[in-house]
Structure formats: structure tokens, C-alpha cells
Design a protein around this ligand. Structure first.
Ligand code: NAP
Ligand code: F7E
Length: 325
């Protein structure tokens, strides 16, 4: 009997980490997740995976942190994964303006330490880096593709540019099978509560249930290319199954404003959004990314990947997710 392929996921408790865990378990993997110690429950997103009853059989959770070099090295040496998915990050763009050093430490130093641990302890492993459309920032061309130059507009984006180039550099210097997925915004009912789509979905559900009357937001004009997270983790996996390592944009090719999202979300519960939405200047960022739109034709051609969940459906799933919570 052949051994199950082994994968290590950093950021396993996050939105993407939890969906990727389920996808890999479905495909017969033994999944190892790096989990930060937390005083409160941070395993919420992993409940469906844990409910499969395979903890410590096919799903293993290890305490650790991306800043703990020796811990990463020891873990990789011990489990010798075939695939490593680096999804761990301080991923909150707004917060990165308040925590630039912590964001840099986790996203930049952390990524570097993980790549170094892979190079030393499992150089044959395939490595996925969670790069971001935020790297395009003040965009140099539209739509954005793999060749579009970066112009980061936040400490978060700057840290991700460093992670991107470290990944390319490890590939070119040491021959690591290392890929960047340049993923545009992707959402789901498991999205972190501070991100705008989840905040809107929850606000709308609370208003519909009479728990509150208002939803307070910042910039309604920002435009994003929003996709559905479970489809995006499929793209991550496909990148690591290719014959050669490469970098790919993953996006829907459709952009909407935050206002469009608000309008569509209130439409799900049949309420007029103008009666409930308040604006607060304090929720605006020191520097904004005005509009992102991705061109995922390379992923379509080389990975056979294409999104199916479109904007209206995504909004509906998120609002219904909150109403059923
Ligand atoms: P998320 O829900 O915020 O999850 C982030 C994960 O990183 C959590 O599991 C978190 O653990 C973990 N983490 C934070 N600091 C860590 C540290 N010092 N050591 C180890 N783990 C740490 O993010 P996501 O939406 O799933 O996104 C996954 C990755 O893709 C992130 O790197 C993000 O920057 C990137 N990305 C996301 C999007 C998007 O639209 N979602 C788009 C492009 C790129 P705790 O649970 O303990 O906080
Ligand atoms: O903001 C505007 C805000 O925080 C989207 C991360 O996963 O995707 C995410 O970053 C837009 C911005 O996501 C509020 O100004 C208005 O223009 O949901 P967000 P993000 O900054 O695009 C990328 C791809 C990542 O890589 C990141 O890790 O919405 N906006 N009013 C607001 N945003 C928030 N959070 N809250 C508001 O009240």
C-alpha cells in the first residue's frame, strides 16, 4: 500500500487554511496544520474538518508560529511534507497600518524562515506562497496579470511583495519547486469578521433580525474582484501538481464596488440599504487601493482553473451564511 501524500499548511485556522484542509483530506492527504496558541477558540473554521473524526489519524495540528525558526525546521524535518502551503499571515490590510512591524515580521520574516526550513529539511517539497492582488496597489495596468508591476499601498502589501520575491528567489537560486498564487479577494461565510464582505453580510443579517439598525462603513467606492474561497484553494492545489513551478493570478475578471456589495446584500433580505448604512471617515485607510481587476487567463490555460461562483451568488451565500449562523 502506498503512503498518503503529506501536506503542511500554515494558517490552517484561517478561511483558506480550513477549506484547503478539507480539499486535501478529500484527496487522500495526511494534513498537518500549524496552529498558534490562543487564549480563546481559534479552531472555529476547522470544525467541519474536525467533525470527520480523523484528528491524529489523517489530520494533525501542531503548535507553532511563523517567527519560530527552529520550530519550523524541526516540524518540517519530522513530517517531511510533499507540499507546503504558506497561508499564515497578518492578513488585515487596515490593521497593517497600525501594526507595520508585526505585519512585516510575520509575513516577510516568517515566509523567509519557512522557505529556509524547506530548503534545509525538505528541499524536494513543493511550496505555495499566498501572494496577493494587494501587491498591485496603485495599479499600473488594468486588468492585472502576472507581468503587471507591483505598487504596494500598505505595510501588508509591501510585506507580501517581499514574500513574493523570496519565493521566486528560492526557486531561481536553489531550485525549489516554489509557486506564487497571486489571489484576488476571495470570500465565504468563513471570512474573517473584519473584512468588508463579512462585515456587510453580518450587518445585513443583524438588521434583518432586528438586532441593530445601522451598518457603519468607510469607502464605498473601492472596487474589488471578489471570488469564492473554496474555488480558490483548488487553484492553489493545482499549482503544486504542475510539471514546473510558476506564478499565477487567480481572479474572476469581474469587479464591483463596496457599494454594489452593500446593495446586493440588502437586496437579499429585501431592505433599502440607504436607510441603514452610515459612513465613518475613520474607517478610511491612510492610502487606499481604489480598483482591482484580475486576468486569470494563464491559470485557465495552464491549470484548467476557472471560477463558477459569480458576484450575486457569492453575496447571497454570505448573507444566508449569517442568517443561518
Ligand atoms: P486569514 O483568515 O486571516 O488566516 C490567516 C491565518 O494565519 C490564520 O490561521 C492565523 O492564525 C495565521 N497566522 C497569523 N499569524 C501567524 C503567525 N505568526 N504564525 C503562524 N500563523 C499565523 O487569511 P485567509 O483569508 O485565509 O488568507 C490566507 C492567506 O492568503 C493569507 O496569507 C492572506 O494574506 C493571503 N491572501 C488572502 C486573500 C483573501 O482574499 N482571502 C487574497 C490574497 C492573499 P490565527 O487563527 O491564530 O489568527
Ligand atoms: O477591504 C473598503 C476598504 O478589508 C476591501 C485581505 O484578504 O483582500 C483583503 O484585503 C475594501 C477596501 O479587504 C470598510 O477600504 C469600506 O477598499 O475587505 P477588505 P482588502 O483590503 O481588499 C486582499 C486580496 C488580501 O490579500 C488581504 O489579506 O473595502 N471598506 N468600508 C472597508 N473595509 C473594511 N475592512 N471595513 C469597512 O468598514
Amino acid at each position: 500500500m502506498s503512503e498518503a501524500p503529506r501536506a503542511l499548511i500554515t494558517g490552517v485556522t484561517g478561511q483558506d487554511g480550513s477549506y484547503l484542509t478539507e480539499l486535501l483530506l478529500d484527496r487522500g492527504y495526511e494534513v498537518h496544520g500549524l496552529v498558534r496558541r490562543s487564549a480563546t477558540d481559534n479552531l472555529q473554521n476547522l470544525r467541519p474538518a474536525l467533525a470527520r473524526g480523523v484528528l491524529n489519524e489523517r489530520l494533525f495540528l501542531h503548535f507553532g508560529d511563523l517567527r519560530e525558526a527552529l520550530g519550523l525546521h524541526r516540524l518540517i524535518q519530522r513530517i517531511r511534507p510533499r507540499e507546503v502551503y504558506n497561508l499564515g499571515a497578518q492578513s488585515d490590510v487596515a490593521l497593517s497600518f497600525e501594526l507595520p512591524a508585526v505585519t512585516t515580521e510575520i509575513n516577510t520574516v516568517g515566509t523567509t524562515l519557512l522557505l529556509e526550513a524547506v530548503r534545509e529539511a525538505a528541499p524536494q517539497a513543493r511550496f505555495y506562497q499566498a501572494s496577493s492582488s494587494e501587491m498591485f496597489g496603485r495599479v499600473r495596468e488594468t486588468p492585472q496579470r502576472e507581468t503587471t508591476p507591483f505598487y504596494p499601498r500598505s505595510p501588508y502589501a509591501a510585506s507580501k511583495v517581499h514574500g513574493y520575491w523570496m519565493t521566486v528567489n528560492m526557486r531561481e537560486s536553489w531550485g525549489l519547486f516554489a509557486c506564487n498564487g497571486i489571489l484576488f479577494n476571495h470570500e465565504s461565510p468563513r471570512r474573517g469578521e473584519r473584512f468588508v464582505t463579512r462585515k456587510i453580510a453580518r450587518g445585513v443579517a443583524d438588521i434583518a433580525r432586528g438586532r441593530t439598525k445601522t451598518l457603519t462603513l468607510g469607502n464605498l467606492d473601492a472596487r474589488r474582484d471578489w471570488g469564492y474561497a473554496p474555488e480558490y484553494v483548488e487553484a492553489m492545489w493545482r499549482m503544486l501538481q504542475c510539471a514546473e513551478p510558476d506564478d499565477y493570478v487567480i481572479a474572476t475578471g469581474e469587479a464591483h464596488s463596496v457599494r454594489d456589495f452593500v446593495e446586493a446584500a440588502f437586496a437579499v433580505v429585501g431592505l433599502p440599504w440607504q436607510d441603514h448604512v452610515r459612513l465613518d471617515e475613520r474607517l478610511r485607510r491612510p492610502a487606499e487601493v481604489d480598483a482591482l481587476l484580475g486576468d486569470a487567463s494563464k491559470a485557465k490555460e495552464k491549470l484548467g482553473w476557472a471560477p463558477t461562483v459569480r458576484f450575486e451568488e457569492l453575496v447571497r451565500r454570505m448573507v444566508e451564511g449569517e442568517l443561518n449562523a
